[in-house]
Design a protein around this ligand. Structure first.
Ligand code: SPQ
Length: 423
């Protein structure tokens, strides 16, 4: 994909549905009694992997445009698939499904692509085994995972990392446990699982970083509207901020407070970013408007990290345009995503002329150096490809994004959206 420096980005767009919420809508809809209509569903490859896994376990799922209809089979209605389940590139599918499968009365194997086979699964195997699950991984902690039938009991689990996937895997196993299940997070991670399970009638109590689920008798289907994905909106927020003469509005974006760290950081960097038309609901939604401005460096660390973990690559690109130093700390989780996102961003920003250094738990970017186009690697990682496309719009000259098709994991029409706003 070839991109050239932009003279200004303009327009009002929507981004596709939230990936995290789309996955959960299919999973929980499948386990509910009744039909779940999902509007605004993300038709990205990861969420389609989730649909395929549930279809293979006997859940009828109909797709029409951006609408999905899940015919729930109830908590105990899943059927044994006739061969291993394939989760593609999706960590969310693999980890959340593990929690559900740990409680099923049939054995199952789960496998994924080359990236999934490298991502750590020990973090879910440990607590699920404490609950009584019979779960094993290749070399102890990698995919393929094999799961055999077992009775589960409730536990209290202190999580070593702030991970919504780990939290959700344990809470979902808790749907089937004998007794309540409690997880304690080191810092709040995205809470879509808790919000959606409550909407379906489950008793989920949150007290700061302590979340308890009581195994329900049933989940009741409700209609679900998926807001625009703030992680996808983040590419346009940064593009609008760094490309001179830009004004962009991204409508109907989910602004769940466990996900909105990118807004806080861009404002701290001096971005002209306004939130309007806020609508409260199961998930809060708003319109975001950004105008180009001069950015300056900042520090991103601590409890803020889980609130913007997936936006760190594009924030690193923003930092390359900002005056002064940006320090990202406490972000070692970035090393175990679809790629090592710290190494990937430091390599590619350096290729564009930025001055940056990898650290043990993040990176330091000394911004404000002139940036130029180049041929950027995508590391088979959707967020790296899109982050470098944003950088390319603000850098001098021409750029290329290699393997651009990887954006279809979370944002199939990404390059069309860029063209629509003048990219
Ligand atoms: O699903 P996957 O591959 O793990 O996707 C990513 C992403 O960039 O899209 C991470 F690579 O998002 C995760 C996110 O980083 C989605 C997620 C969720 O839906 O619960 C939670 C975060 O991961 P984690 O490991 O912090 O729980």
């Amino acid at each position: 994909m070839k991109l050239t420096a932009s003279a200004g980005l303009h327009g009002s767009i929507t981004v596709p549905g939230d990936k995290s919420i789309s996955h959960r809508a299919v999973m929980f809809g499948a386990l509910a009694d009744g039909d779940t209509h999902i509007s605004g569903f993300l038709m990205g490859e990861d969420c389609l992997s989730t649909i395929e896994c549930f279809r293979r376990m006997g859940v009828p799922v109909e797709i029409s445009g951006q609408e999905v209809l899940v015919h729930g089979v109830g908590l105990h209605g899943l059927k044994a698939p006739d061969s291993p389940l394939y989760t593609g590139n999706s960590g969310t599918t693999t980890r959340l499904l593990s929690g559900i499968l740990a409680a099923q009365p049939f054995p199952v194997t789960m496998t994924g692509d080359a990236s999934i086979e490298k991502r750590p699964m020990g973090r879910i195997i440990t607590p699920l085994r404490q609950m009584g699950a019979a779960i094993d991984g290749r070399d102890g902690s990698f995919c393929p995972l094999t799961i055999r039938p077992a009775a589960l009991h409730g536990i209290t689990y202190e999580m070593p990392v702030a991970s919504a996937q780990l939290k959700s895997a344990v809470l979902l196993a808790g749907l089937y446990a004998d007794g309540p299940t409690t997880v304690i997070e080191p810092a709040p991670s995205r809470d879509h699982t808790e919000r959606m399970l409550r909407a379906l009638g489950a008793q989920v109590e949150s007290d700061g970083c302590r979340i308890t689920i009581h195994a329900p008798q049933t989940l009741q289907a409700v209609d679900l509207a998926v807001p625009g994905d703030i992680s996808s909106a983040a590419f346009f927020l940064v593009a609008g901020a760094v490309v001179p003469n830009s004004t962009l509005t991204i409508r109907d974006v989910g602004i769940n407070p466990t996900r909105d760290g990118v807004i806080e950081v861009l404002r701290a960097m001096g971005a002209d970013l306004t939130i309007s038309n806020v609508r409260e609901g199961a998930e809060p939604v708003a319109d975001l408007t950004v105008r180009s401005s001069r950015l300056h460096g900042t520090e991103i660390k601590g409890a803020l990290i889980p609130r913007l973990i997936d936006e760190l690559p594009v924030l690193a690109a923003a930092a390359a345009f900002a005056e002064g130093e940006t320090v990202i700390r406490d972000a070692q989780e970035l090393k175990v995503k679809e790629s090592n996102r710290i190494t990937a961003m430091v390599n590619e920003l350096t290729r564009a002329g930025a001055d940056c250094t990898e650290t043990a738990d993040g990176m330091i970017i000394r911004g404000g150096k002139p940036l130029h186009g180049a041929a950027f690697e995508s590391y088979h990682d959707h967020r790296i490809a899109m982050s470098m496309a944003v950088l390319a719009l603000g850098a001098a000259g021409e750029s290329e994004i290699l393997n651009p098709e990887v954006v279809s994991i979370s944002y199939p029409g990404f390059f069309d959206s860029l063209r629509m706003i003048g990219g």
